[in-house]
Design a protein around this ligand. Structure first.
Ligand code: SF4
Length: 492
């Protein structure tokens, strides 16, 4: 449901290294297409042909930005980086499109970033005080500045990146390209995923998620370790681990619950299997009997399946997994006339219940999360109108209580319904007969270990909280009163 509620991942990143000239842009296109769920506001590809960079970036979906005429203009190359973006920091404008390209005294660099730094504000202020001029309002330009600064005094680009990693705090999965190398780095906490694979003919592909590798026929080799820098060059693949283990590993648990595609494997854990385990936990804790389990498309489906399978395994009573909704696959960016807002439910345009599957039944309705509650209420109403007898809402994550500072737009507390209402009150607000969330202590069950970030649920942040957490923090300076409030230890 988060897709309807407006929770977004920030970005998807891609990199390619081949020993021979290849259709790098074409492979980047297909990988970005597979990563489109991670960012739909802008996208870009930079191809390296004999050390020269050729790029195209714009606002829009991959299919809108990379039309055939544009693709034809990008040459073959041995290295490429690409990016799709939903901006959690910085506005939606062309200056914030990635990959970012910089020219420095020792060459060129193109850089694509997923995540948010928790010390971006301080780093940028320091650079600006030293005379740096920024063109964009995203954290990524700060990273590019620091890497290029380090490059001046380093013997190689990899040495410069390792030095820069010592200064960066927070979430970053980075893919970078120099005239001769592809570099992929992941922050020591490992918030955002990053992996690489290889095609049969020896092309290396780096991507945010393994589903992108498969889309170009590459087999997953392995995840990039938290804190690791992997360098792909004519000399082969080199792993540099100076930053590995310098911080506590905290993979984002919400990648498994909602952000990642269910056919991806993140840090050796299948997203589909993790979601099914969440559904099983919900079943094990449930006290209601039901006639069918339905998942809200798409991110509630796997957990609903897991719920039903757990019921079968328990052998008490089978609760069949039913297809309760049809999702309109062609919804795209549907124009909703402002005047129609009150009469036509936006959710109804995207989802339609199958009456035969719900009429007269007691339904367990499974979804990944509740943010404000408005979308959830509309979905419950759709089922009621289709004749459901009882609707028991089950959520495959704990209640959202805190904002995320690591590259997603899980909202500020005033917009999170669970910060203002009890579970019983929320059930009433959304119109469900009962409501149950996944308990906080069950989160490690999803991925089989407890080295996870749960901050948006638990409030336990693995890093210090950023000084300024506003989305437009690099566009609008803090007022004096806001500065005062921050100084008094306010959390946001
Ligand atoms: Fe993921 Fe939530 Fe942590 Fe953000 S705060 S990284 S969404 S678990």
């Amino acid at each position: 449901m988060s897709e309807f509620q407006g929770i977004h991942e920030e970005c998807g990143v891609f990199g390619l290294f081949s020993n021979n000239q290849t259709d790098a842009a074409g492979m980047a296109y297909y990988c970005l297409y597979a990563l489109q769920h991670r960012g739909q506001e802008s996208c870009g590809i930079v191809v390296n042909h004999d050390g020269l960079f050729y790029s195209h970036k714009d606002l829009g979906l991959v299919s809108e930005v990379f039309v055939p005429e544009t693709m034809q203009k990008l040459p073959q190359g041995k290295i490429a980086v690409a990016h799709c973006r939903y901006g959690t920091t910085g506005g939606t404008n062309r200056a914030n499109c990635q990959p970012l390209e910089v020219n420095h005294i020792k060459g060129k660099l193109a850089l694509a970033h997923n995540g948010n730094l928790s010390n971006a504000f301080e780093l940028r202020q320091e650079l600006e005080m030293g005379g740096a001029i920024f063109h964009s309002t995203s954290d990524t330009e700060t990273i590019a500045y620091i890497v290029t600064q380090k490059r001046i005094h380093s013997a190689s680009i990899e040495e410069a990146v390792l030095e820069a990693m010592k200064e960066l705090e927070g979430a970053y999965s980075l893919v970078m390209m120099s005239p001769t190398k592809l570099l992929a780095a992941r922050d020591p906490h490992g918030f955002r995923p990053l992996c690489y694979g290889r095609t049969e003919d020896g092309i290396y592909v780096v991507a945010s998620e393994s589903c992108a590798l498969q889309s170009v026929g590459a087999k997953l080799v392995r995840d990039i370790e938290p804190g690791e820098l992997v360098v792909f060059s004519d000399q082969g693949v080199q792993s540099l681990k100076q930053q590995v283990g310098t911080k506590e590993r905290t993979n984002c648990i919400f990648e498994y619950i909602y952000f990642a595609r269910p056919d991806s494997v993140l840090d050796k854990i299948s997203v589909h299997a993790a979601r099914k385990r969440a559904g099983a936990v919900l079943y094990e804790r449930d006290t209601y009997d039901a006639d069918a389990v339905i998942g809200v498309p798409d991110s509630g489906l796997d957990a609903a399946m897991g719920y039903s399978e757990a019921a079968t395994r328990a052998g008490k009573k089978q609760i069949p997994y039913n297809l309760g909704f049809i999702k309109n696959k062609y919804i795209g960016r549907t124009f909703i006339s402002p005047g129609q807002d009150n009469r036509v439910s936006q959710v109804h345009i995207k989802l339609n219940p199958i009456e035969e599957e719900v009429r007269g039944k007691r339904i367990i309705l499974v979804d990944d999360s509740i943010v404000r509650g408005t979308t959830c209420a509309q979905i419950v109403k759709l089922l009621r109108d289709a004749g459901a007898k009882e609707i028991h809402m089950r959520i495959s994550s704990p209640p959202f209580m805190n904002p995320c500072y690591y590259g997603t737009d899980v909202d500020s507390r005033e917009n999170l319904i669970a910060c203002k209402h009890s579970v019983e009150e929320i059930a009433e607000i959304i119109g469900a007969d009962s409501l149950m969330y996944l308990p906080l202590e069950a989160l490690p069950v999803l991925c089989g270990h407890d080295q996870i970030c749960t901050a948006c649920f638990s409030g336990k942040y693995p890093t210090r909280i950023p000084t300024d957490t506003r989305k437009d923090r690099f566009e609008t300076p803090l007022s004096q009163s806001e500065k005062g409030a921050k100084g008094k230890g306010q959390q946001e």
